[in-house]
Design a binder for this molecule. Sequence first.
Ligand SMILES: Cc1ncc(COP(=O)(O)O)c(C=O)c1O
Length: 409
Amino acid sequence: MPYDHFFSAALARLHAERRYRVFADLERIAGRFPHATWHSPNGPRPVVIWCSNDYLGMGQHPKVIGAMVETATRMGAGAGGTRNISGTNHPLVELERELADLHDKEAALVFTSGYVSNETGIATIARLLPNCVILSDAWNHNSMIEGVRCAGVEKKIWRHNDIDHLEEFLAAEAPERPKLIVFEALYSMDGDVAPVNQICDVAERYGAMTFIDEVHSAGMYGPRGAGIAAREGALHRIDVVEGTLAKAFGCLGGYIAASADIIDAVRSYATGFIFTTALPPAVCAAATAAIRHLKTSRWERGRHQDQAARVKAVLNAAGLPVMPTDTHIVPVMVADPEKCKEASDLLLAEHGIYVQPINYPTVPRGTERLRITPTPYHDDSLIDALAEALVDVWGRLGLPLRCRALAAE
Ligand SMILES: Cc1ncc(COP(=O)(O)O)c(C=O)c1O
């Protein structure tokens, strides 16, 4: 093929920059979360997963598996078409009702992923607002950045979580100009949280519309699992809530929840919604089962926070460089792409612990890290084993540990 060398050169660049990615070949074991089998080069080996975004283990909850199996048996595997042609199935309609109720909005619309819901949702909403300007947090996820780009309208990037900077931009615009503020509730690489009420204060002051991404918080925060805006009592102040069905709800798909008119307009204009096959009914039923369960069960949320706090305390006491967070994300800083990859390889090969390295471009260069995501099912003995393994790996790679006495303070 005369073009092959372009692709091999592109791959060589990634290798040279030490950011070529390798995926671990894993097989999760339903009912034994977070245990899995790693199909290593030397054959199958047991491992413990420490970096799953199935944050609450709902992907293996008996109610969720039961709903998926029962619905697939009754309705078959696929949706049968786009929503406009023949893909609207009853479980999908029920799922949208469940999501609207979860976020206390008039309506919801489901997409094939959280990525698509951001990309096509932001782009469509901005294009429907005449002469719109988008104000986007500097740390927004790639799916939001692409949504802003696809909108093709003027954009202003405010410094991460900096309300004064956001207000500066808002104040500079004519009062009548439509403004759309897009931001995440919880930033998943650093584990920090947006000042949601302050953002709503300035949005209201300058007549801006708000679009919040609750991908890493829905299911896990708020009294019924609606996310950070609900926890902060700000849900009614947010115009559009975006989320995923693939993380705390353990399935696949994305959504937005908003007023009936916004949802109807996005349904009618969003190309990323119109021209793609709907989610399979079994996936919708499984997601609905997860959402319903988490609306009333607080056990998962409570235990999740307890175990995340325990991981932070144990790793800190061991002198490991845990980045401070107030959430369930536990980033451990390595600050070197090669050592980050080597640490991950050693953990997997020698300790049966799977933590994927997080390197550029997911995080800025020089801030490479291991991103640990404890779940309710990581018990205390797994946490102790993780700390021991990390200390061993840190020693072997010559990575600095903080003084244990100071770390324990
Ligand atoms: C903040 C944020 N938004 C959206 C997405 C996309 O969600 P999904 O995985 O459902 O496509 C991600 C993915 O990890 C994310 O981190």
